[in-house]
Design a protein. Sequence first.
Length: 135
Amino acid sequence: MLMCATQPSEEDVCGVLTQGLILAGRRWRARLNERLKAIGQTDARCGALSEIARAPDGIVQRDLAERLGVEEPTIVRLVDALKVLLITPAAIPVLQQAREIVLALEQELFDEMDPHDLAMCVGVLTRLSGKLGRA
């Protein structure tokens, strides 16, 4: 069983992993936003559009906030004060362009990584997300 460091002199695997996750997430968002700027979008807007598109009958802001892992006031800033959000046909090309940008970035970043290592990482992140979701 992995033990996180309790003394400053110990190797702090948990601390290094935590900082690595935070830094990787920030860098991912910065790089993605840099590329999405070409289509006038941000990762926050595209994430919201993607979740709305997955709800064919529409979605209320509270549920959208939960799916995105953000507070409701954050969603209010992303969308107008609508009761139910639906994707219009005009959003489909934006979603497709954003998906192409994400896929290209994923390919660039993960291209030379071992698939087994990536699968193990996905497992760890899935378990970590599950624990965080229960908090």
